[in-house]
Structure formats: C-alpha cells, structure tokens
Design a binder for this molecule. Structure first.
Ligand SMILES: Cc1cc2nc3c(=O)[nH]c(=O)nc-3n(C[C@H](O)[C@H](O)[C@H](O)COP(=O)(O)O)c2cc1C
Length: 342
C-alpha cells in the first residue's frame, strides 16, 4: 500500500476503533440523519453518542454568515436531520424522545433519548435515501388537489405552519415577484456571491476532497477546473439572468409552499425542519420533485413584504419551496459518518 493510501485510511481506522464501542444501531441512525438537506449542503451538524442518547449539535464552522446571519437555516437543517434520525430509530426498533437544550455557550442543541420499543415502523423510512433537491426545469404537470390535501394532512409541530399556493393564483404571483426582488438584492451583494461561490464544487476532485457543497452535477453544469468554472458561474450570478431562469423554473412547477414560524428562535426552526422533512419525504414517496427559493425569506425587507402582502399576521416566512414533476438528478455528496460523530 502506498503512503497516500495509508494516510487516507487513518481517520477510518480511528473511527473503526472508536465506533466499535458505539451501538451500531445508533451509528446507522446518524448515517440516515446526515442524508437530510442543509443550506448549501454545508452539513452543519455534529453528533455525540452515549449509551442511550444521540445529541445533535450545531457546527458553527459551517455557518453561512451572509445568507443566514441568524442561523435560522442552520437550525432548520438540524431539524431535518432530527426527523430522519427519529424515523430511522423506529426502523431499528427504538422510540426516540426528543428535547431541545441549551449548552454552556448558550447554543441550542438536540437530545434524542432512545429506548427499545415495539413501535410501528414509519412508512417514510425508505424515502430518506431517495429524497433530493431537484433544481431542474419541471414538466408543467399540475399536482392534483387530492394529492395536495394528502400533503396537508402531514403531522405538524407547535408554532409551525405551511401553505400551498396554486399556479396562476394572485398569491402565487405575489411570491414569484418577491423571489425576483430577493434575487435582485442578493445578487447585487458582493459578500453574498463570495459566500455562495465558496460552496460550489466545480469538479469531481473538489467533490471528493470535501464531500459537501453544491456540486457541478446538481447545478446542472459541466465539470471544469476551478479557475475556469468560478468566473463562468460568477458571470451568471446577475439579477437579470437569475430572475429569468428562476421565473422559468417557477412557471414549470405546480405549486409554491411557504413555511412559517410564530417565533424566530432555534426551537421553532428545529421544529420547522422536522415538518419540512416530513413534507419532503412524503412528496418523494408521491414522485413529486422539490427545490428551494428562499430568497424572499432570507432578505429581511423582502420577508416583511411577504408577511404583509400575504396577510400572514404574526406568522413569519421562513422557507419557500416549489414542487412539481421532473426527472431525477444526480445526488449530492455527504461526509462519512465518522467525520460527523464527535
Ligand atoms: C434550510 C435550507 C435552505 C436551503 N436553501 C436553498 C436555496 O435557497 N436554494 C437552493 O437551491 N437550495 C437550497 N437548499 C437545498 C440544499 O442546497 C440541499 O439540501 C443540499 O445541497 C443537499 O442536497 P440534497 O437536498 O439533494 O440532499 C436548502 C436546504 C435547506 C435545508
């Protein structure tokens, strides 16, 4: 074995030694948790395992200070990971009792207490590995009102709400205009573009080295050396170009889905993540594609316009999806489980 191969094996060997003392079911649950979506695919989580608990902590080294200054999307991502973890726990014969705690640095984190039980398995388990964000142009097919009603029956969490908007309705068009307004503000902001470019992986070598970020494949662009790809992508990060493609993508979709919270705090964001993941898994089961258009929730002044123009009262816009029908795309990479267990 050559030296490089031996060196790349070291983290795995450490993990094998470390993991042999861990409950293998818990390790598998963490692996399913990491299949969750996260903003820019930063995978901002650290898992800590004991004999009877799995903790999910925020990894602020993966924070996105420009686009997500308050860590709302970071905590939503942790909520998605928690939902996957609880579904996987049921699959492996455990009941998960969850709570949100605050550490010595005043940062919120999650504890899932696991007990062997004979709970029914969750029908969404098989969808965890199938779910993906699909940024392509969809095929214009509309989702039936019966299917939307089925999605509306998903189990909810306190202080979280979501609403579907049918294509060509007044509020659908309001949201579309506010996506354009969000794009315009973000793409006139150098710091926003710099942060986004740092998370784009332009070729296979970069993907394999980091196992995170937005890959050329999921962005639908060809692989290029970074020094070529970066200026090309940068030249497309202009409000008019982005608005043109986003309007085409929205018009090819069937519905927009707006998620709101009553309070902007980590507990509400984590619970929103849980509900979001349920919707994403359920849409995956129904063969429905999804992608995010978070611009109007990310830019504070635009989020206020969403709240006022849609008359949301005290509900604060936190996340916007488009859904519809499309062919599947390549999957995003994930870190190995040993890289996210402390
Ligand atoms: C809270 C949150 C916010 C996101 N915001 C965006 C977004 O604004 N635009 C986008 O294209 N994708 C967005 N995503 C999707 C992620 O980029 C995606 O989950 C990640 O790249 C991993 O890919 P996957 O979902 O296919 O596994 C978001 C995901 C989450 C959980």
């Amino acid at each position: 074995m050559n030296l490089i191969k031996t060196l790349t094996m070291i983290p795995f060997l450490f993990f094998s030694l470390n993991v042999s003392s861990q409950n293998p079911d818990f390790v598998k649950m963490v692996e399913y948790a990491t299949k969750a979506p996260s903003g820019h695919n930063t995978q901002p989580w650290i898992f800590k395992l004991t004999d009877s608990t799995i903790e999910i902590h925020p990894d602020f080294s993966k924070a996105l200070p420009v686009v997500d200054g308050h860590h709302r999307e970071l905590y939503i991502s942790l909520g998605c990971a928690l939902e996957n973890l609880c579904i996987a726990a049921n699959e492996f014969g455990y009941d998960a009792k969850t709570s949100i705690e605050v550490d010595d640095n005043s940062h919120s984190y999650i504890i899932a207490k696991l007990e062997k039980s004979r709970l029914q398995k969750n029908y969404l388990f098989d969808q965890i590995v199938k779910r993906q964000t699909n940024r392509s142009v969809y095929n214009n097919k509309l989702i039936s009102s019966d299917t939307i009603k089925e999605l509306e029956r998903i189990s909810m969490e306190e202080h979280i709400d979501f609403q579907f908007f049918d294509k060509n309705t007044h509020n659908f068009n309001v949201l579309m205009n506010l996506v354009a307004e969000g794009n315009t503000q973000q793409l006139n902001d150098k710091a926003f573009k710099k942060e986004l470019l740092e998370w784009i992986r332009f070729n296979k070598k970069q993907v394999e080295a980091t196992k995170d970020g937005l890959t050329y494949e999921v962005m639908g662009t060809p692989a290029t050396p970074g020094f070529i790809g970066k200026p090309i992508v940068k030249s497309f990060l202009k409000p008019d170009k982005q608005n043109k493609t986003d309007m085409q993508k929205i018009n090819s979709s069937s519905h927009l889905v707006l998620f709101t919270v009553e309070h902007n705090n980590p507990e509400n964001w984590i619970n929103l993540g849980r509900v979001l993941e349920r919707i994403l898994l359920e849409t995956t089961r129904l063969g429905i594609a999804n992608a995010y258009l978070n611009q109007p929730c990310e830019v504070e002044s635009v989020a206020e316009s969403v709240q006022n123009q849609l008359q949301l009262g005290n509900k604060k816009p936190a996340l916007l999806l488009r859904i519809g029908y499309a062919n599947p795309l390549p999957y995003s990479p994930r870190k190995e489980v040993y890289e996210v267990i402390e």
